[in-house]
Write a protein that binds this ligand. Structure first.
Ligand code: ATP
Ligand code: MG
Length: 740
């Protein structure tokens, strides 16, 4: 193991931290300053000092960062021993200990883990049984809050209000239910591990050093775990950034740093002051946001990269336009940089996952592959797929596949085998499944297989429903039902909500919410078509017979089909480049060359239901500081639910807007050079850049007229108004500035 190799490429503060002899070390520094990099190097350095991998615990915040860290350590030490490190999230490390030693505290072997949907299902059952009034989700979050503060049921003062009493019973019964099913929930994994290590400290006797990333988001139980992991030997390294604390809603405590100093008075604190991630202007804009928090402790953070392209703040007329603009920008900036950037370089970060659907649709339509981090794609969810199948059949009953899928969903007592036989019979007679059952229901033909009475009735109801649905689509435009009305018709006729409840009891509410979301989407789409925004009619050609305009439902279905199309290429297994769509919370610690943050309006960020405005601001700060070379923020004048939207107050102050550009960046060769410098990549050939620039210029002008003004003129006016000098490549980054 080469110590010099481990210490190479570190700046002096990072070097000091990595090779520090201190027993307890705290590295507090801003985003992109190399905290994770330093923690990784310190782990390698400890190994080089003679520690064995099983002497070291490294706790990360996400599974993804655990994997990345392990890989980087592997590269630094080069002997393959990184796989023996005790490295993972707090939960996964705790689970490992409980699986090995849980029997010491009466945890049954092979315990299961209750995820949040399981927990919710249990709580719902309890609430139902007791006829309580409390909301299950609220109860679950409160239970988790209590558990992560190590407050078991009964630890509160005697509850007075009815609600508090109900909660207390719910909490007690929930704990009992988990025990009976031999389940541990997420909080239990940590709590029981604390219990284990307290009562049997020898379990941890081989551990000599503990390293923790993202310390600002640890909660009290995790803090206790850290102390128990380190036991008497006290070799602790923590890295964190109070400005990025975004898990307060899950009982994370910034106070843990103070606790640390109290517990370990000899802690050596090291600051890292250079940002290696983002261009100068992205960093300045992000600091402009976080500095609005006057209660924070000032910390120095200066860019190491050139100024680069100013972040963009764009206002769009609506949420649809916003999604389309993002797609156009993705294509434009890839084209204009001569494909220096690929799809993996691009992330779209959202305040809440529900904002994703319009963006998914727009990306899908443009044939841009994407992956959702932590969540199924909207159209892939079973409750949505089933409704879409009904719509497909109503629109086009001969769609055999769709009809075969819904024929027994919800149950009509027609089993898989029968469906297969029916399909075969239809096939033999060279008719569609629909024609076959229609003839039989209408008494024109007897089926080859004899159906039971109930199945026959079910089938006949289905046929009537499809016929009635079809009629709703016929007639003049005025007479036709809207897409929403047809979806509602399907829901009513199939008793869909009840079916979801019976068959998907545990997660029924979430599924029903998704169905509601589909209705909103359909109604948005219909508005769009009627307003002429999404006009797909072709010009009439003289002398050619023209089909009537297709109905709204078929257009809607086509739209959906195009949006899900990309999925197939992914299923074929070829690793393809994909844009990442993620929540801001799940993007912690990660970085991308190009970052989009849509929906930066009041109500989305800060979120209307958020309790802590400062945490919302930090969330935006975390999102902005994920970007390396290009940062796009945008908001629609109307939110996706149709309400008027205004710019997030975090971006509104003149000091911040000064740092943002209102039109897209003109991606000239300077920008391309600075992007490649930030990303340390080879420049694409100059000719390919200028070629793509000239071919795309007209589109650019089309996209970025600034309220009727000539965009170049508007830019220089804007610049001089705001006192922004024009930086060029190679120029010194702005002076060191102390953030106060
Ligand atoms: P966050 O707060 O977002 O978790 P961080 O402080 O953990 O950020 P890292 O992810 O470790 O920052 O580093 C950010 C980027 O800077 C990474 O691409 C890393 O490789 C790079 N980097 C870190 N230190 C140096 C250095 N001394 N020289 C060059 N690049 C560096
Ligand atoms: Mg990090």
């Amino acid at each position: 193991m080469d110590i010099n190799g481990i210490l190479a490429n570190l700046n002096s503060s990072q070097h000091a931290a990595v090779s520090s002899a201190a027993d307890t070390l705290a590295i507090l520094a801003g985003p992109g300053s190399g905290k994770t990099h330093t923690l990784t190097s310190r782990t390698a350095w400890l190994l080089a000092q003679g520690l064995q991998p099983w002497n070291i615990i490294v706790a990360t915040f996400t599974v993804k960062s655990a994997r990345e860290m392990k890989e980087r350590i592997g590269k630094l030490i080069g002997n393959g021993l990184e796989s023996k490190l005790i490295l993972g999230t707090f939960h996964s490390i705790a689970r490992r200990y409980l699986a090995r030693y849980g029997h010491l505290i009466d945890i049954k072997k092979d315990f299961g883990i209750a995820d949040s949907a399981d927990s919710l299902a249990i709580i719902k059952r309890i609430i139902k049984r007791n006829r309580f009034m409390i909301d299950p989700k609220v109860a679950r979050n409160r239970i988790s809050g209590h558990k992560s503060r190590d407050q078991p049921p009964g630890s509160q003062k005697t509850p007075k209000s009815v609600e508090a009493q109900e909660f207390e019973i719910c909490f007690t019964e929930y704990e009992a239910a988990l025990k009976i099913s031999n389940l541990l929930d997420y909080d239990d994994l940590l709590l029981r591990c604390v219990e284990l290590l307290r009562s049997h400290p020898s379990c941890i006797s081989n551990v000599e050093a503990v390293l923790i990333d993202e310390f600002q988001d640890t909660n009290l139980v995790q803090f206790d775990l850290m102390r128990l992991f380190a036991a008497e030997r006290k070799r602790i390294t923590i890295v964190g950034d109070p400005d990025q604390s975004i898990y307060g809603f899950r009982a994370a405590e910034i106070k843990n740093y103070k606790r640390m100093l109290r517990q370990y008075p000899d802690t050596v604190t090291i600051a890292l002051e250079e940002n290696y991630r983002s261009s100068g202007s992205i960093l300045l804009a992000a600091l402009g946001v976080i500095e609005q928090d006057t209660s924070r402790v000032a910390r120095l953070l200066m860019p190491t990269h050139t100024v680069g392209t100013r972040p963009v703040l764009r206002k769009l007329s609506g949420a649809y336009k916003e999604a389309e603009w993002i797609v156009m920008e993705i294509q434009r900036c890839r084209g204009l940089t001569g494909n220096l950037l690929d799809l993996n370089d691009i992330a779209i970060l959202l305040r809440s996952a529900s904002l994703s659907r319009l963006i998914e649709t727009a990306l899908g339509k443009a044939g841009i592959a994407y992956k959702m981090v932590g969540g199924l794609r909207f159209y892939d969810r079973v409750e949505i797929k089933t409704i879409l199948d009904y719509l497909r059949v109503i629109n086009q009953p001969d769609n055999n596949d769709a009809l075969a899928r819904i024929i027994n969903t919800p149950s009509r007592r027609i089993g898989e085998a029968t469906i297969k036989l029916l399909l075969e019979e239809a096939n033999r007679g060279k008719v569609s499944l629909w024609s076959l059952i229609l003839r039989s229901v209408q008494g024109n033909q007897t089926l080859a297989i004899k159906l039971q009475k109930q199945a026959e009735q079910g089938l006949s109801k289905l046929v009537n429903m499809i016929i009635t649905g079809g009629k709703k689509l016929a007639g003049t435009l005025k007479e036709r039902s809207t897409i929403t009305e047809i979806i509602e018709f399907v829901i009513e006729k199939t008793d869909y909500e009840k079916w979801l409840e019976v068959h998907h009891d545990d997660v029924h509410k979430g599924r029903w919410d998704n169905v509601q979301e589909l209705i909103t989407q359909a109604s948005d789409f219909q508005d769009l078509v009627t307003s002429g925004y999404e006009d797909e009619t072709l010009p009439h050609v003289e002398g050619l017979k023209q089909e009537d305009d297709d109905n709204y439902l078929s257009r809607f279905l086509a739209n959906v089909a195009l949006a899900s199309e990309v999925k197939n290429s992914e299923e074929e297994g070829a690793p393809i480049a994909q844009v990442t769509i993620s929540t801001i919370h799940a993007a912690k610690g990660l970085e991308w060359p190009v970052v989009f943050i849509p929906a930066t309006y009041q109500g989305s960020i800060p979120h209307s239901r958020a309790e802590d405005g400062d945490e919302e601001r930090r969330l935006l700060y975390v999102a902005m500081t994920r970007a390396q070379a290009l940062l796009y923020m945008s908001y629609p004048l109307k939110s996706s639910s149709g309400e008027a939207a205004t710019l997030s107050p975090f971006l509104a102050p003149p000091s911040t807007t000064r740092l943002l550009e209102k039109r897209g960046p003109s991606l000239g060769s300077h920008t391309v050079q600075s992007i490649s410098q930030i990303l340390r990549r080879d420049l694409p050939s100059v000719s390919s850049i200028s070629e793509s620039c000239s071919s795309l210029r007209s589109i650019e002008d089309d996209i970025f007229p600034v309220d009727g003004e000539d965009s170049k003129e508007a830019e220089s006016k804007f610049n001089s108004l705001m006192g922004i000098p024009t930086f060029s490549l190679g120029q010194q980054a702005p002076k060191r500035r102390r953030v106060e």
